[in-house]
Design a protein around this ligand. Sequence first.
Ligand code: F6P
Length: 249
Amino acid sequence: ERQIFVTRHGESQDNLTGRIGGDASLSPKGRRFSKALARFVKERRVTFALDLARRRIQEEKESKDPLRDSDDEDQAADELEEHKTEKKVRATAEAISNSQFTIWTSMLKRSMETAQSFDPDEYDIKHIRFLNEINSGSREGMTYEEIKSQFPNEFQARQDNKLYYRYPGMGGESYIDVIHRLQSMIIELERMSQSCLIITHRVVLRILLSYLLEWSQTDTPHMLVPIHTVYELRPKPYGVELTTWCYDE
Ligand code: F6P
C-alpha cells in the first residue's frame, strides 16, 4: 500500500497578476505553503505508517492464532501482550515511514521552489520536464482578459473545445498534447511501489487526477483544482481512496 500526494505549486508571482505560463517564482504566501506542505506530508506519512503497521500486525496475530480469545487470559498477560504489540507497531511504522519517498516536480521554478522545504537527505527529489505546465505558445505571459480582447475568436474557440484547442505559436499545446506527453510518467507512476508527492501545475494536475480517479476526459479541462490544495490518493484493490486537504493560513 502507498500514498500518492498530488498538488499544484505554491502561489506564484504570476498567479497574483493572472498571467498564464511563464516561469515565475513563488510569492511569500507560496513560500509559506511550501513549508506547510513539508510538515503536512511528514505528518500524513507517520499517520499512514501507524495505520498500516497496526493492520499488518493485527493480521499477523490473527493468522497465527485465529481462535485466541482474550477473555481466556489473565489481565496481566493481556497487558504485557498489548505492550509488546504496541512496541512492534511503533518499530514497524518507523520502518515504513523511513522507506523511500519520491518527490517529482516540473522543471519550472514555482514547482521546484515548492519542493525546497523538503530535506533532500530524506526525500528523493526529481525535476521532470514532462510535468511542466501546458505551453501556451504565443499567449504565454498574457492574462485571460488580454487574450479575450485581442484574440476574441481564439478565446472563444478554446472555450468551445478546451480539450482539443491548441495554442498558436512555437511549442503551443492542447490538453490532448499534454495527455500524450504524460503517458510515460503515468506508466512510471503505476509501476513504482513507493509513496510519492507530485508538485505540478493546473493542467497536468487535472490530467493526472482524471486518470487516477477514472474521471471522464471531457470534464478534465473544467475540473476545479485550486492552488494550496493537496489530493491524497490511496490505491486500493477496489479503486482509489481520495482525501482532499486545503491549506488555510
Ligand atoms: O494560471 C495558471 C495556469 O497554470 C497557466 O499557466 C495555464 O495556462 C492555466 O493555468 C491552465 O488552465 P486552463 O486550462 O483552465 O486555462
